[in-house]
Ligand binder design. Structure first.
Ligand code: FE2
Length: 425
């Protein structure tokens, strides 16, 4: 999950200072409930320790911004460039990703000191009337850090799910429920035609969201809500995971190799399905959207249902003009929520779960990565991944846009990833 900078019109240093302070405060708050051990262990090669996320986002500011643009900046610790560089080949050697959990030192407290050191320097730079490109870089660093806030939560969930104690990151007492829609999904007809896709507006976007361009859509239908756990249990009961006719070849091979029989984190106990959540292990809510399924599973489910996944262009066209409201991290539920019967039209486009699309993550026409190290942000990942849209229940509020393109490999399940069905009209 990553993007780079396009800034058609630069934001002001005051706006970016506000953004910087709120993002840095939010990350600190995410790390505070964790012990040093919680924040250090790495549960799998794809997940990173919380401590690493907190340090890497700080390294990004120190390396991409302060090292280049604040002449008297004192580097906090030169060894951190090796420890906390993620994948920037042009910046040098780094700790291998699968071994981030071996970084037992520095401690979590030292990482908080590192953060304070860099915070003060970035704030000083922002208050010194910096050049527009410096402001744009700091803004990119803030959006980059928000992406890592979401990853910190998904990675902590994966880590806590490995513990026999199934610890809760947040208070496990039940969250309030309102009226839920238990009826079948409806399908909205959309006309298609030549539509405009991609970012071309005010404010920040990652480079992969543009350039804005035309796309041709055939008429199609889109479900008015996400696929639920109840529907997923019907798929399972109908031998969905055991019927090769439903699966892509690579998906069927993965089901066999990994032994998948249910979404990640599901466990059967006394005839009922339970799932691991950020509020500890909880019964699966049949009305809530299914989450922690791979692209392969989403595609097999759609085939079983006699439908298909939407393309990312269909999704964006349907989302255009809808208010950017939904169940994001600031609701503090930290779980997807059932669709409300009181809402009209296409529901749950934003928040709850990232929606798999059938679109490969590819460059738009005339896309060019920016020059320099930040050019490594997105463009080099445009191979072997699928696009997800709409944000999730752990996406920071304000981070999502109709043009936002998240991407993961087709076997990834530890993100809050689910699906919505589509059909040719
Ligand atoms: Fe990163």
């Amino acid at each position: 999950m990553h993007g780079s900078l396009t800034a058609p019109q630069a934001s002001s240093s005051i706006d970016v200072l506000d953004l910087f302070r709120s993002v840095r405060t939010a990350s600190r708050a995410l790390g505070r409930p964790l012990s040093d051990a919680d924040a250090t262990v790495q549960s799998m090669p794809d997940a990173s320790p919380a401590k690493w996320h907190l340090a890497h986002t700080t390294w990004f500011f120190e390396t991409m911004v302060l090292g280049q643009h604040l002449s008297d900046h004192r580097i906090f610790d030169p060894s951190f460039n090796f420890l906390f560089n993620s994948y920037y080949e042009s910046i040098g050697e780094r700790q291998p990703r699968p071994k981030r959990g071996m970084i037992t030192r520095p401690s979590l407290d030292e990482i908080f000191d590192y953060r304070a050191h860099v915070d003060a320097a970035v704030e000083r730079l922002l208050m010194s009337d910096p050049a527009p490109e410096v402001i744009t870089l700091i803004e990119l660093g803030c959006h980059h850090e928000q992406q890592h806030q979401e990853l910190l939560l998904t990675d902590i969930l994966h880590l806590f799910a490995q513990s026999p104690l199934r610890p809760a990151y947040r208070d496990p007492s039940p969250v309030a429920v309102s009226a839920v829609d238990q009826g079948p999904a409806g399908f909205s007809a959309l006309e298609g035609g030549i539509v405009e896709i991609g970012f071309d507006g005010q404010g920040f976007s990652f480079d992969c969201e543009g350039p804005r361009h035309r796309a041709l859509l055939e008429p199609f239908e889109l479900a008015d809500r996400l696929v639920t756990n109840r529907e997923w249990m019907e798929f399972m009961a109908d031998d969905g995971y055991r019927n090769p006719l439903l699966w892509l070849s690579a998906g069927w091979a993965t089901v066999g190799a990994e032994g998948w029989t249910a979404p990640l984190y599901w466990r059967e106990r006394d005839g009922q399905y339970w799932t691991m959540t950020l509020r500890g292990e909880q019964p699966v809510d049949p009305d809530a959207p299914v989450t922690h399924v791979s692209y392969y599973e989403a595609d097999a489910f759609a085939t079983w249902a006699g439908r298909r996944l939407p393309s990312e262009f269909e999704w964006e066209h349907a989302a255009a003009g809808k208010p950017l409201i939904g169940n994001f991290a600031d609701s503090d539920r930290l779980r997807p929520r059932a669709a409300s019967p009181e809402e009209a039209g296409i529901r749950q486009m934003y928040g709850d779960v990232w929606e798999w699309t059938r679109s490969a993550f590819l460059p738009y026409p005339r896309f060019k990565p920016v020059e320099g190290a930040v050019g490594e942000y997105n463009g080099k990942f445009m191979s072997g991944q699928f696009v997800l849209r709409g944000g999730s229940c752990v996406t920071p509020p304000g981070h999502i846009r109709p043009t936002y393109r998240n991407f993961f490999p087709p076997d990834a399940r530890w993100q809050f990833s689910g699906l919505r069905l589509a059909e040719d009209a």
